[in-house]
Design a protein around this ligand. Structure first.
Ligand SMILES: [Zn+2]
Length: 271
């Protein structure tokens, strides 16, 4: 027996079924937890922002940035979840991430015409040269740049962006200017509360019923009938170019969260 909630005022109740909706409003996820929504959403915030960050840095750069870190099986599993992969393809979610973390605009390709126009301005093309005794070598910086995700067709990086990317990696800013890992990339709400003595098995059965009934497109598993999620998500946004129509808004205050440092220790180290 479980209780449907229409107006749930507390996020502290545990043993719950919950729903996450992408801010684009088109994609949902259903989850279950023996903890409260407040506690559970912290995990989603962390992985959502981590995977967005790693996507901007380029998947092939992970080993170069974190040479002594090996991702755990759980982290690798999270990497493959539709919930998080969708955010990296969804312009609405990417816009929210960039509004909060403007240091990653240099990794957003421009339309060729816009990049050409920017490159004609010699002032803009001047290079910001970082200082310090912990600078990355030219060879390593170039390897990181070569591993960045390729821009979509008709898009490219401007010379200014290239210089900004170079300075970013040279000064190791990928480790010093981490994204805000507390940013909400989903709208969350509790949709059912189970009795305190409700088991995990019960939660998962009810979760599966919700997933099946609502046909939530961001669940990687749990649907009780045959459904083709890959077709349903269609690469999430079909042929939409992920960087099209992103708006560079007035720069908000960036808090420069360093929470990722705490998270790195959770990963398994080789040595
Ligand atoms: Zn979306």
């Amino acid at each position: 027996m479980y209780l449907f909630i229409h107006s749930f005022k507390s996020c502290q109740t545990s043993n719950i079924i919950y729903a996450l909706t992408c801010p684009c409003g088109q994609f949902d996820y259903t989850g279950e937890s023996g903890y409260s929504l407040d506690e559970r959403i912290q995990v989603h915030r962390y992985h959502g922002n981590r995977i967005m960050y790693e996507c901007f840095m380029g998947a092939r750069n992970f080993k170069l940035i974190y040479p002594n870190v090996v991702k755990s099986a759980d982290t690798l599993s999270k990497d493959g979840m539709r919930l998080y992969r969708h955010s990296t393809e969804c312009p609405t979610a990417i816009q929210i991430f960039l509004d909060e973390n403007p240091q990653y605009w240099r990794f957003v390709p421009l339309l060729n015409d816009d990049a050409d126009q920017m490159d004609r301005n010699p002032y803009i093309a001047s290079r910001d040269v970082p200082h310090g005794d912990d600078l990355r070598s030219d060879k390593d910086v170039r390897e990181l740049l070569a591993n960045l995700p390729p821009p979509p067709a008709n898009y490219r990086f401007s010379q200014r962006q290239y210089h900004q990317q170079y300075s970013f990696f040279q000064a190791r800013r990928e480790l010093k200017a981490m994204p805000n890992m507390h940013l909400d990339l989903y709208n969350a709400k509790v949709i059912a509360v189970l009795p305190d003595n409700g088991s995990m098995v019960l939660r998962r059965i009810i979760e599966a019923l919700f997933i099946t009934h609502a046909e939530t497109k961001l669940n990687s598993a749990g649907c009780l009938v045959k459904c083709d999620h890959d077709v349903a998500t269609g690469g999430s946004h079909g042929n939409t170019v992920w960087c099209k129509d992103l708006v560079r808004r007035p720069v908000p205050a960036f808090t420069g969260s360093s929470d990722m440092n705490n998270v790195v220790v959770k990963w398994e180290r080789k040595d």
